[in-house]
Write a protein that binds this ligand. Structure first.
Ligand code: CDM
Ligand code: ATP
Length: 289
């Protein structure tokens, strides 16, 4: 038996940090959505009792460091599954980019194995299990647009934002999510208008969304990686309606409504940035193509 799942990348339209919790995580409030840049995961039923990860991408670990492996192990142990699985990961999302690639692979594994092993778990149950693997995994299980609270695992689904094109550009040097959170100065935060962003999304107000893009981790990553600022400036110069860093970075995204403008930004970045993508904003569950 065989099952296929797509694992789309996410971007943050807002990211606010409220306070540091006793468990060392930060209490956050953020609005995330999905874009049409996705890994493809294939799940093959094995009679042997093992989880095997196969990927041609040398940055994708094939052991317990892989979040898809951890998701599969968690389901196997929790539901005492005697079968095994071989998971083939066709990696399209840049690694360590702030696009939740690993988390989305874990989420796709929860959805895929729910079908392959016929577990009949609800999306909510899968999202709760996802929180045990990583803070972004619950959102990725829903695979839509949502306001995430807590350490990221409390999900309130939202409608899809207005349709637009998204240009993604990833600086060469990655950043560690943990070190970005650790370097944030909490009493010096200019908070995003999260409620205003929720309303703009509900009203399908494209300019309202553009005007409220804000991520409080951006200044931290900017200070570690000057390429982030250079890419932001270049995107604005070449016609993006709004630009922001996603998650803890370092990937920057720009929003535009016309495809021709997205192409112009893409061409203007290709000279000094190796990883640039023009994709559509998805924002709601998508069928496999
Ligand atoms: C930056 C974001 O990607 C935005 O969506 C997430 O907040 C991070 O999500 P993630 O990579 O799934 O995070 P985890 O793997 O759970 O945590 C990585 C590290 O980030 C820090 N972390 C993460 C989430 C959070 N709410 N507060 C934190 O301080 C912790 O130091 C943690 O050790
Ligand atoms: N399935 C996976 N795909 C890619 N990287 C993975 C995977 N599982 C674990 N990793 C490890 O996780 C690290 C972070 O990769 P990932 O692409 O998930 O980062 P990210 O996009 O910054 O995540 P987030 O936005 O959730 O913070 C990588 O260095 C890699 O070693």
């Amino acid at each position: 038996m065989y099952v296929l799942e797509k694992a789309p990348a996410k971007i943050n339209l807002t990211l606010d940090v409220l306070y540091k919790r006793p468990d060392q995580y930060h209490e956050i409030e953020m609005i995330m959505t999905t874009v049409d840049l996705a890994d493809r995961l294939e799940f093959f039923l094995l009679q042997e009792d093992k989880v095997e990860i196969v990927s041609e991408n040398r940055f994708v670990p094939n052991d317990e460091r892989n979040l898809a492996y951890r998701a599969a192990k968690l389901l196997k142990e929790r539901f005492q599954i005697e079968h095994g699985v071989k998971i083939k990961i066709d990696k399209q999302i840049p690694v360590a980019a702030g696009l939740a690639g690993g988390s989305s692979d874990a989420a796709a594994t929860f959805r895929g194995l729910n079908r392959l092993w016929e577990l009949n778990l609800s999306t909510e149950e899968l999202a709760n299990l996802g929180a045990e693997v990583g803070s972004d995994v619950s959102f990725c299980v829903y695979n839509s647009t949502a306001l995430a609270k807590g350490r990221g695992e409390t999900i309130v689904e939202l409608p899809a934002p207005p349709k637009c094109w998204v240009v993604l550009a990833k600086p060469v040097q990655g950043v560690s999510t943990q070190s970005v959170y650790q370097s944030l100065v909490l009493d010096d935060i200019d908070h995003p208008d999260t409620k205003g962003m929720v309303n703009a999304i509900k009203q399908s107000d494209y300019l309202g969304v553009c005007n409220r893009l804000k991520n409080v981790l951006e200044t931290v990553t900017l200070s570690m990686n000057p390429e982030v600022a250079q890419i932001k400036e270049q995107m604005i110069r070449s016609g993006a309606d709004a630009v922001l860093m996603s998650g803890s970075g370092p990937t920057v995204f720009g929003l535009v409504q016309q495809e021709s403008r997205a192409d112009r930004i893409y061409n203007s970045l290709r000279g000094f940035c190796e990883e640039v993508y023009v994709v559509r904003l998805l924002g709601s569950h998508q069928k496999l193509d």
